[in-house]
Design a protein around this ligand. Sequence first.
Ligand code: UDX
Ligand code: ADP
Length: 458
Amino acid sequence: MKFKKKILGIGAGYVGGPSMVMIASKCPDYRVTVVDVNPERIAAWNSDRLPVYEPGLDAIVKKTRGRNLFFSTDVEAQIQDNDIIFVCVNTPTKTFGAGAGMAADLQYWEKTARQILENAKSPKIVIEKSTLPIKTAQAMERILSSGNKKITFDVLSNPEFMAEGTAVSDLENPDRVLIGSRETKSGLAARAQLVEIYTRWLPREKIITSNIWSAELSKLVANAFLAQRVSSINSISALCEKADADVSEVAHAVGTDSRIGSKFLKAGIGFGGSCFKKDILNLVYLCRFYGLPEVASYWESVVRINEYQQDRFIANILQSMFNTLAGKKICVLGFAFKADTGDTRESPAISITRKLLAERAEVVITDPQALANAAVDLAQEKGNIRYVEDPYEAARGCHALAVMTDWEEYRKLDYRKIYKSMVKPAFLFDGRNIVDRRKCFEIGFNVFSIGKPALTRY
Ligand code: UDX
Ligand code: ADP
């Protein structure tokens, strides 16, 4: 079959995989190829067990794979053979050298830019999909124009706003799609090609076009604003606990003001995920770099409150359980950074489990999707950790339950049955405010929620 356009996604991770799958599904006359340096990842995308768990994704892959969607490890040949290239490689926080712990590590991204330059034999549109520091497109352009080749490269910024667990519906029906480009003749022509792809399934009004720097910055700012709302409500949860107020009631009262809005006001043990912390730290680093220390410290406080919330959670467990956890068994209910994903990157459950182990508690971890990742995250930890799939088995013989992930099934567990199998007095620390706290208190638990008065028997 002759395809109308040939599109490549470099990086078959959480961003690249689902976004390329969606384009293939909506544009059957375009050929979409996804490449990755990691052969196991590609093998998984070609198998029945995809490397990314997203509701609805399997069905779309089944429909498109082998038709107009292909997965390959041959990065170089695919660069040659495709006209439109989405760069979706990972940009983690730097762990070494200048900016360690703050700045984005751009090594994978730069390697990709050089690979594109080396292998291109015809004009390419290169699209930044990964979240990147502002002005990365400029660096990309400089690398791409550094060769002797007389090939034009147009760099666009098209940041991805999908959230994990809802990737398919976010991609199918996003609030908006953002496309930034140079405002030159060639930049605008490249932008029009990308707009054409998205208008296959979205109305034109949903596609926002802007200059390239605004697009790059908007992605960081959107994530910073979302994380800031979570830290804002979490900071208020600490005050609620002191003042006998209920943070859910406060969030509801505040969020019904249409100027504020009700979303992202759920108090809990803090935000996780691969984006929020990384992107805020990146923003902080950029502000410092540009000589804006006040702006930097304003945004840094969002991350600090997130850490404070986890410290508070552990301090509360320790204090409520008679100031010692040594030898006690704690069941960690949920390890993913949020429900409906197996992803544990930056999950608050990681730091909380480490703190429990530091207190010499025995930790039993259960999660419907994330146990394999949890075992990798905690591989270096010393101490007694067990991984148990069945939540009832996990809780058996424990002194306390600590809810870390808002899995729907944890709302519906038979807490009476669980209570019966636990050591008494039994404690329930609900880090996501999902259990029926009054009912659990009536069953016999001492119940500690976030931002609500504790329900205890002593
Ligand atoms: C986020 C952005 O939402 C998305 O637009 C961007 O593309 C990537 O980063 P994601 O990390 O998948 O997506 O998850 P999100 O749903 O935003 O949740 C992030 C964290 O905040 C989770 O740990 C979640 O539990 C926490 N959260 C969210 C709260 O604690 N309270 C809330 O009210 C909302
Ligand atoms: P994200 O959440 O941003 O999608 P992931 O880590 O899930 O991040 O995915 C990024 C993917 O990019 C990984 O599978 C990694 O192997 C891949 N990758 C990194 N560098 C390159 C490269 N130079 N060429 C191809 N793939 C790459």
